[in-house]
Design a binder for this molecule. Structure first.
Ligand code: ATP
Ligand code: MG
Length: 364
């Protein structure tokens, strides 16, 4: 049996509480399918590490993590002790950049037992499965460049500039990923987020590349919306969407809005992918370290567990992914009597819910 090496970084706050549940469920599914997983734990990328070493990561972090098949990440950030931009830029954003994780992937699926804050046009509640989309965000270039500056600072003539950088390689590679993803899904529908009516240089280029790429995927239905109306459509008819691809900024906005339309951020997963597998990809829940509830043992572990399912899928274990998703659904159906954490309206602990999901993994 070949063994996949997983680097485990629990990080800060509730990261430390939800990670053991993620690992518990992964071990259950690995047992079920005879998958070999080796978990290597790292204590860096956390406030504790920073306190001891004065930096978020050891100098040789790239060597330490580089040999792994994937990174399973909890949460980073302890704003009481260290500003978020220091902890984030000192760790997670380094991983994304140095490991060329140019695809940020976030599924947004309405699960059973969760009330979507967006209702149908007739006012009735949306049903599980009715919202089922994946946001693909370009993760390395675009609007988040550091090219620019301020001139005549502090004067009436002050000018501030920040450039958007799009490269053909950078745009094409994320579009290719999105098209292939769309092609692999039943609806085969790809929506591109644009703003070529207002942003008249980079966005027409983006549109052009979408059109060009679409020629290679004739079976994928493609449409494009300007980002402003697209956000409105997310709220009013989220059931319309399947795969949605956007530049770094537009993808960032949509990848928060999508999961928000499906209820609670506590259950939303994400992946930062290097699709060529030259470097390890990173899988983490959408939520952060949640200092307000950290240490109480009541955080919902589903975002962490679902991210683990995405990791297994990426590593080639699609059946294991599907079993975890089934188990999550089973655990969330209120009639099944599974424990619910406070964010889901119950009073169960992180461990209670984690154990219940692991049990469902054995049963489904
Ligand atoms: P970021 O990491 O982007 O800085 P943040 O620190 O602003 O995010 P989170 O840590 O995600 O935000 O927390 C936002 C809110 O959601 C908090 O009130 C937190 O308690 C709640 N929350 C986040 N994750 C969970 C979870 N897994 N279970 C229950 N509640 C959660
Ligand atoms: Mg935070």
């Amino acid at each position: 049996m070949s063994v996949k090496k997983i680097a485990v970084i629990a990080g800060d706050g509730i990261g430390k509480e939800v990670m053991p549940e993620g690992l518990r469920v992964m071990e259950a599914v690995a047992d079920k399918f005879g998958i070999g997983l080796q978990f290597d734990h790292f204590d860096f990328s956390s406030w504790d590490y920073f306190e001891k070493h004065g930096q978020m990561l050891p100098d040789n972090w790239k060597d330490q993590l580089g040999g792994h098949d994937a990174i399973y990440f909890g949460a980073v950030g302890w704003p009481e002790k260290i500003p978020d931009h220091v902890s984030l830029w000192g760790s997670l954003l380094q991983f994304r950049r140095e490991f060329d994780q140019y695809v940020n992937l976030r599924p947004a699926r309405l699960m059973p037992g969760i009330i979507a804050p967006v209702v149908r046009r007739d006012g009735t509640a949306r049903q599980p499965g009715e919202i089922d989309m994946v946001i693909v965000r370009e993760n390395t270039e675009g609007e988040y460049s550091s090219i620019g500056g301020r001139m005549f600072a502090g004067t009436e003539r002050e000018i501030v500039l920040q450039e958007t950088v799009m490269t053909r390689t950078g745009v094409d590679r994320v579009l290719k990923f999105a098209f292939e993803l769309a092609q692999s899904r039943p609806k085969k529908h790809l929506t591109s987020a644009t703003k070529s009516n207002g942003i008249a240089i980079t966005m027409p280029f983006w549109d052009e590349r979408v059109l060009e790429m679409s020629k290679y995927y004739p079976d994928v239905k493609v449409d494009k919306f300007h980002i402003d109306i697209l956000t409105a459509h997310f709220v009013q008819r989220p059931d319309f969407f399947d795969v949605v691809v956007g530049s770094n900024l537009f993808g960032d906005i949509l990848s928060d809005l999508g999961p928000a339309c499906t209820g609670t951020i506590a259950i939303a997963p994400s992946a930062n992918l290097n699709p060529e597998r030259k470097f390890p990809s990173l899988f983490e829940p959408v939520h952060g370290s949640a200092p307000d509830i950290a240490g109480k043992g009541i955080a919902n572990p589903i975002g962490q567990i679902w991210s683990g399912a995405m990791m297994l899928d990426f590593l080639g274990f699609k059946a294991a992914h599907d079993v975890i998703l089934k188990a999550l659904e089973q655990a969330l159906i209120p009639d099944n009597g599974a424990p619910r954490t406070p964010d889901l309206g119950g009073n169960a602990t992180t461990q209670d819910l984690g154990r219940a999901i692991a049990k469902h993994v054995e049963l489904v």
